[in-house]
Design a protein around this ligand. Structure first.
Ligand SMILES: NC(=O)C1=CN([C@@H]2O[C@H](COP(=O)(O)OP(=O)(O)OC[C@H]3O[C@@H](n4cnc5c(N)ncnc54)[C@H](OP(=O)(O)O)[C@@H]3O)[C@@H](O)[C@H]2O)C=CC1
Ligand SMILES: O=C(O)[C@H](O)CS(=O)(=O)O
Length: 484
């Protein structure tokens, strides 16, 4: 792959400020999901390297926290600028290892960099409180201090933005970070670590450890120096990390699975709803935790919406992310494709019908047609499990009470969406949906300015917005006596 700056593609991990190269007998191969070809190798590291990185982070964090918020902000701003200057190279690396079309990958770089831009400034707004004393000579102070060493574990579906959404607030707050990126997409993490060094992030403050998830995660969760673990990925792994972190009582940030409802009421603007459904369902080829996993359409507009949606879906071109005009790339691997096939077969076997798509594509081992299924019911797997692929299942509903019941009938609670015009209905439905996030007349809600996160099995805490930096701070109450 041709880059303007070839040094951004590095087959090495960053441990305690030193680059550890991959070697032939102890490495992990990384492939291009579109072609299956091996694009490079990263070192297969484990507990020992993680322990060393945590110790270096502990040391480096003291000086970093002693800098002013503005001094930290200047370094973060430089990091943001370097990401944007190298957007094309970072996008190419991302498409090569994750598969999303280059334009979408470059969009992720801009989205990811926006968290560094946002938190470069937020560090200067970490204010405390002075509270009137409870006795004449007492004064009560509340100060906020960085939590210290943070461990982060991130997924393959947004190999840039899921890292910066954690690193931005962590570094702005004065913390250090030891990161384990997904083994399928490590090169995006390595590239932004190279830029972090160039921006002036001090040695040892930021490590990127590639290798055995269980070993690295085991050290991160057991090591008492790690005071916060922030994880984005599946609910199953999130729950395991929660269990592993209990003995050392760490602060946790968990951004987990979803099962988003997308509701179209009969007073919706159908063309706008179709546009929103395309974004909410097919962004990243359906491989996002906030994707519309269930599409509920009111009886009166069901057939019209299904026809419009199928028409729009039929125009989506699937292929290699580097090819001109491609809108949907491959799924991340063969297992992901097989899960999509299982969900479609289960639905069809239980009475659903295919409106468009419904088959794997012969252009490679991980490509599936963008698909719309109709007559879908709650008994089907797509109603209860996250498909994580390009399948839009259409459910019918009678009225508001019916669809609220159906939409809330899941143990997940991350994102939800609905299209309606009546303002009273907008308030009633937004308040009734049991989710951390609600998109009203829009299918795209993710932005650095807003608090991203879920409830129930979708996780703990929020990322982004002014709320996002609180996750990396500890409150300290100081009681001043003798102030006579
Ligand atoms: N709420 C959100 O914002 C998001 C949620 N998700 C959810 O994650 C799932 C898909 O993403 P996926 O990456 O497959 O999720 P996984 O949970 O399998 O992996 C996420 C990360 O966790 C690591 N990991 C896996 N097992 C362990 C372990 N035992 N100890 C420590 N680390 C571990 C993985 O490492 P390795 O790669 O080496 O296996 C990877 O870095 C979906 O359910 C999706 O909804 C995904 C993205 C965002
Ligand atoms: O990993 C994900 O799915 C992201 O959290 C979704 S988003 O923030 O890029 O919308």
């Amino acid at each position: 792959m041709k880059l303007k700056d070839q040094s951004l593609f590095r087959e090495a991990a960053l441990v305690s400020g030193e680059w550890v190269q991959a070697n032939a007998d102890h490495h992990i191969a990384v492939d291009n999901p579109a072609t299956g070809e091996i694009i490079g190798h990263v070192p297969k590291l484990g507990a020992a390297e993680t322990r060393a990185a945590i110790e270096s982070a502990r040391i480096a964090q003291k000086d970093w926290a002693a800098r002013t918020a503005k001094e930290r902000g200047v370094v973060l701003r430089k990091w943001f600028e370097l990401m944007m200057e190298n957007k094309e190279d970072l996008g190419k690396i991302l498409t090569l290892e994750q598969g999303k079309p280059l334009a979408e990958a470059m969009g992720e770089i801009t989205y990811g960099a926006s968290f560094i831009e946002w938190f470069a400034e937020e560090g200067r707004r970490i204010n405390g409180d002075i509270i009137p004393g409870h006795q004449p000579d007492k004064r009560i102070m509340v100060m906020k201090q960085p939590i210290g060493v943070v461990a982060a574990i991130t997924p393959w579906n947004f190999p840039n933005a899921m890292i910066t959404r954690k690193a931005g607030p962590a570094f702005a707050a004065g913390c250090a970070m030891v990161l384990k990126p997904a083994s399928q997409t490590p090169f995006s993490a390595i590239a932004i670590a190279i830029l972090a060094e160039r921006a002036g992030i001090p040695k040892g403050l930021f490590s990127v450890i590639t290798g055995s998830a269980r070993e690295i995660g085991g050290e991160m969760t057991a090591n008492p120096t790690v005071r916060k673990l922030t994880f984005t990925g599946s609910t199953e792994v999130g729950a395991e990390l929660y269990r592993q972190s209990a003995p050392t009582i760490k602060k946790l940030g968990l951004e987990l699975g979803g099962n988003a409802p997308f509701i179209v009421f009969d007073d919706a603007d159908l063309d706008a709803a179709v546009e929103g459904a395309i974004i909410a369902k097919f962004r990243n080829n359906g491989q996002t935790c906030v994707c519309a996993n269930r599409i509920y359409v009111q009886d009166g507009v069901y057939d019209a919406f299904a026809e419009k949606l199928a028409g729009a879906v039929g125009k989506l071109v699937t292929g290699n992310g580097f090819d001109e005009g491609v809108i949907l790339g491959p799924l991340i691997d063969r297992a992901a494709l097989e899960k999509v096939e299982e969900h479609v077969a289960d639905a069809l076997g239980k009475g659903a019908r295919t409106v468009t798509g419904g088959k794997r594509l012969s252009i490679g081992n991980t490509f599936y047609e963008p698909t719309v299924l109709a007559d879908v019911t709650a008994e089907m797997a797509v109603a209860r499990e996250e498909t994580f692929g390009p399948v839009a299942p259409l459910f019918k509903f009678k009225d508001e009470a019916d669809v609220i019941r159906q939409a809330n009938d899941t143990e997940f609670g991350l994102a939800s969406y609905f299209y309606a015009k009546d303002m009273a209905r907008v308030f009633r439905v937004a308040e009734a949906l049991e989710y951390g996030m609600v998109g009203v007349n829009t299918g795209l809600i993710s932005t650095a300015e807003a608090p991203f996160g879920g409830v129930k099995l979708s996780g703990l805490g929020r990322e982004g917005s002014s709320y996002g930096i609180e996750e990396f701070l500890e409150l300290k109450y100081v009681c001043l006596g003798g102030v006579a």
